[in-house]
Design a protein. Sequence first.
Length: 160
Amino acid sequence: MRPNRTSQSTRAHLVTRFLELIEAILGSSPDEEWIEILNSLELAELTKPQLIALLHLRRGAARMSDVAAHLRVSHSSATALIDRLALKGLVERAHDDADRRQVLCRLTAPGRDRIEALWSSGRRQFGDMAEQLTLDDLRTVVAAMEVLAGAARRVADARA
C-alpha cells in the first residue's frame, strides 16, 4: 500500500517533533553540568570525533578501517586520531592475531573507566527524569523505547 500525502505529511511532522523532543531531553541539563561531568572524567579536552571513537570502541576492539568508516574519515585521519587517544592513554593499538596486516584498536582500562563513568552519568540523569513520571507514563515511555530500540537495531543491521 502506497502512503498518501496526508500520511507522508503526518510522518514528516512526527519525525520532526521526535527530533525536537530528543534535543529537548538531551539539552535539559545545563551546559555547565555537562562540562562539569566531562571535566571530572577528564574528557573535556577531547574533540567530538575522539569522543565518538571512544564510544565506538566501547562496543569492543575494532580494526582501524572500521574506526575510519564509523567516523567517515580517511584511514590516515583515523590513525592520527587513534594515535592522539593512545598518547592520552585511552586507547591501545595491536596487530590482529588472525591477520598481522590489520591493526586493532581497543580501549585501555582508563579509557573504559572514563566512558563507563560518562554512561553512568547519563543513566543517572535519565533516571532522575524517570522518577518524575507516573507509573502509567513510565509504562508508555518504556513501550515506546522498546520500539525505538528495535528501530535502532534494524538501522545498525542495515549498515553492517
